[in-house]
Design a protein around this ligand. Structure first.
Ligand SMILES: Cc1ncc(COP(=O)(O)O)c(C=O)c1O
Length: 369
């Protein structure tokens, strides 16, 4: 039989790619450590601690008998509901398999090997992964003490720059950009650059920036939003992009015909109208954020004040903190892959989860207060 060397056939930039490291799944931890799954808490992926909207669960039950039928690739009902809710015509709205897919579609539609893409250090890591996947030159501008340095980004933009990625609030830092600064930055961008503004945690902001107005005015920006966080539908993979119709058309051409599935569309449609679930999520997050930030302050543990549903906190030796908490059935995220070896990121959980996390961390760090 012929000897096959498949490795030689793989594109070299794919071999060089370091795959995304997701939060450790509960089942894996249960198997590896012999723990009962229900005793494990996952505060690692910024998921919604109260679960999905009950209306979404009901919608899925109702639509499940139709899952032998291909979905409506255009997502007519969901796009119309979004259009009504945010007062933006449907030709400005593109659905994605999670907002992550909108990132990918932007690379498909707007980049090639001759252009470059810019973001900040400590920005959401998927922007960089996609650049590697598409073999597109990628520039990471220095941060300003874990915040975006918009002036430095402006200076880094050159004639080849096609996309700029900014997450507001940002993951993993939890930082936000003041509204005025953000709007001035968008207005100042040269016309050959498209800004991909990742608003995955937008709903957690008490005074969100008026970015939709800028889309309406025709600025070349793509707002990326998701049902994964506030609506608690991360497992279904559904998000959306909001942009000028010409940009939307390019993104639509770049997607698979059935990129979002019918159950995800039905659940998202129901969750969109579930104001009660959204309010509960925000209230629980506000209370949890206050508890975590007050506690870290009292313990004199450096942390970054958050505008999202997670907190970046400096515990020292993140890998050790991660492993020790894991043994107690608490999954958090070490920030070693982000180049912050002394920091962990913890998702704000239910009151019980927050207390359990804090008690374990307190004893681990030998804190006496
Ligand atoms: C900044 C940011 N953007 C996008 C996403 C991905 O969201 P989705 O589940 O919609 O793909 C995340 C998820 O953690 C995120 O933190």
């Amino acid at each position: 039989m012929t000897t096959y060397n498949i490795q030689n056939l793989v594109n070299s930039h794919i071999l060089d790619l370091r795959p995304y490291e997701p939060g450790k799944p509960i089942d894996d931890v249960a198997r590896e450590l012999g723990l009962a799954p229900h005793t494990i808490i996952k505060l690692a992926s910024n998921e919604n601690p109260i679960g999905p909207s009950p209306k979404a669960i009901e919608a899925i039950k109702q639509h499940s008998t139709q899952m032998h039928i291909y979905p409506d690739g255009g997502g007519y009902h969901l796009r119309h509901a979004l259009s009504k809710k945010i007062n933006l015509p449907t030709d400005h709205i593109v659905l994605g398999n999670g907002s992550n897919e909108i990132i990918e579609l932007a690379y498909h539609a707007f980049t090639d090997g001759n252009c470059n893409v810019i973001t900040s250090r400590y920005a959401f890591v998927v922007y960089k992964l996609m650049a590697q996947l598409f073999n597109v030159p990628f520039i990471e501008v220095a941060d300003n003490n874990l915040h975006y340095d918009l002036e430095a980004i402006q200076k880094a933009i050159n004639a080849q720059t096609r996309l700029v990625f900014i997450a507001n609030p940002n993951n993993p830092t939890g930082t936000r950009i003041p509204n005025k600064e953000l709007i001035e930055f968008i207005e100042s961008l040269p016309s050959h650059v498209i800004l991909c503004l990742d608003e995955a945690y937008y709903e957690f902001l008490q005074d969100p920036p008026p970015t939709l107005d800028l889309v309406r005015q025709g600025y070349p920006i793509i707002l990326m939003r998701t049902f994964s966080k506030i609506q608690g539908l991360a497992g279904l993979r559904i998000g959306y992009g909001l942009c000028h119709p010409t940009i939307a058309d390019a993104l639509q051409r770049s997607r698979q015909p059935f990129n979002t599935n019918s159950l995800a569309q039905a659940a998202a449609l129901a969750a969109l109208e579930d104001e009660n679930h959204i309010e509960k999520t925000i209230d629980m997050n506000n209370a949890g954020r206050a508890l975590l930030e007050e506690t870290f302050t009292r313990w004199q543990l450096p942390f970054v004040p958050t505008s999202a549903n997670f907190v970046l906190v400096k515990t020292g030796n993140a890998q050790k903190t991660f492993e020790s908490l894991l043994r107690q059935g608490i999954i958090i995220r070490s920030m070693v892959p982000y180049g912050l070896p002394d920091w962990i990121r913890v998702t704000i959980g239910t009151p019980e989860q927050n207390v359990r996390f804090l008690e374990s961390l307190k004893s681990l760090l030998n804190i006496r207060t």
